[in-house]
Write a protein that binds this ligand. Structure first.
Ligand code: NAD
Ligand code: UD1
Length: 345
């Protein structure tokens, strides 16, 4: 079974490549390396002991993508490729709409041409916008609040329309909550280009001494300690979720959305303290104003994924923080100038 993985060199994509290879799938990766390094794929080869094809292609280049489909008999696609920074999407909306939406349109056009109608798509919990209650179920109303989130919401609609036009299409829309952590080997992980805006990579950079202190965005939310609560999910659990979703789209027809989260919420302070415990490093922090656009509390109801995909997240926050720390300590500069520190277990 041959699976095309768009955006496979990125954070979640590279972890999913490992799980697919370990499960015996043949994979082909396309990525323009806009937000990733080819080194991540070398590490995937090292971890799995398996080789695969990589094409440095932009999804917007239809002819190049067409050639990949022409030369390979592809059975299904897992589509990670996209831009994902919320703040950047507010400043550069046209780029985000063009890259994420036109990129998906090109991909679907080529898939249609070659009769490949099975797709797993990276959506996001961000499509729910500001939920009225928690936990969040898939049937909650959608209302993304920024251009990035709107690209995900629009793509979900496009894929539903595609299935209405042709019932042979089979699509899983995976709404991720907050992916963190890294592969146990410490060889692949999240490698943000600049100063990270998400909590865990920021904490990890404070721990390794690249940044002095963390700013905690508000402690006056109606949560256990006043700081924001999120549903953090281990990236390896998330990757396994893709395997389950792939099995589903290969065996059934239709379009369905699934929350991929743990169903548990942790506050910013709880995450800081857990990270301090597992790393043995102090994380200096300062409470500052709320971040504009932030919500107080967000966590999933993951029951549908359990019932329909047979998937449950099993890794807890300690393991997530431990694995993030191992990756960060082994690779303080991400995939560049890597130095392996053997004292981090
Ligand atoms: P990432 O940036 O690490 O990976 C995305 C990959 O897509 C990158 O390697 C990038 O180079 C590639 N890419 C972008 N545009 C492309 C194009 N036009 N053609 C070819 N390749 C292109 O991000 P990630 O964290 O691994 O996220 C993967 C997907 O999951 C994204 O679609 C993202 O929006 C979604 N998602 C991520 C999170 C998260 O917190 N990481 C949460 C929810 C949803
Ligand atoms: C962000 C994105 C969301 C995306 C999600 C997962 C925004 C507005 N939303 O959400 O679209 O789906 O990441 O990638 O960016 N925090 C701090 N200090 C920091 C960073 C974060 O206190 O330096 C707090 C936040 O206020 C929040 C929690 O940590 O309470 C998690 O933040 P973050 O990792 O950015 O994720 P989300 O806010 O869920």
């Amino acid at each position: 079974m041959k699976i095309l993985i768009t955006g496979g060199a990125g954070y979640i994509g590279s972890h999913t490549c490992v799980e697919l290879l370990n499960a015996g799938y043949e994979i082909i990766v396309v990525d323009n390396l806009l937000n990733s390094k080819a080194e991540s794929l070398n590490r995937v080869r090292q971890i799995t002991g398996k080789d695969f094809k990589f094409h440095q292609i932009d999804l917007l280049e239809r002819a190049a993508l067409d050639t990949v489909f022409f030369e390979n008999s592809i059975d299904a696609v897992i589509h990670f490729a996209g831009l994902k920074a919320v703040g950047e999407s507010v400043s550069l909306p046209l780029w985000y709409y063009h890259n994420n939406i036109t990129g998906t349109l090109r991909l679907c056009e080529v898939m249609k041409k070659y009769g490949v109608k099975k797709l797993v798509f990276s959506s996001s919990a961000t499509v729910y916008g500001v939920p009225n209650t928690v936990p969040i179920s898939e049937d909650f109303s959608l209302g993304a609040t920024n251009p990035y989130g709107r690209t995900k919401q629009m793509i979900e609609e496009i894929l539903r329309d595609l299935n209405v036009s042709d019932h042979e299409w089979s699509v899983a829309l995976l709404r991720y909550f907050n992916p963190i952590g890294a592969h146990k080997s410490g060889q692949i992980g999240e490698d943000p280009n600049n100063i990270p805006s998400n909590l865990l990579p920021y904490i990890a950079q404070v721990a390794v001494g690249k940044v002095n202190e963390l700013k905690v965005f508000g402690n006056d939310y109606p949560t256990k300690d006043g700081t924001g609560v999120r549903d953090y999910i281990h990236v390896v659990d998330l990757a396994i979720g893709h395997l389950k979703a792939l099995e589903k789209v290969l065996g059934f027809k239709g379009v369905d959305a699934y929350n991929l989260g743990t169903g548990k919420g942790y506050s910013v302070l709880e995450m800081i303290h857990t990270f301090e415990t597992v790393s043995g490093r102090k994380i200096p922090y300062q409470i500052v104003e709320r971040r504009p656009g932030d919500i107080g509390i967000c966590f999933a109801n993951p029951l549908k994924a359990k019932q329909e995909l047979g998937w449950v997240a099993i890794r807890g926050v300690e393991e997530m923080c431990k694995d993030s720390w191992r990756w960060q300590a082994n690779n303080p500069n991400g995939y560049e100038n890597t130095k392996i520190f053997t004292n981090v277990k």
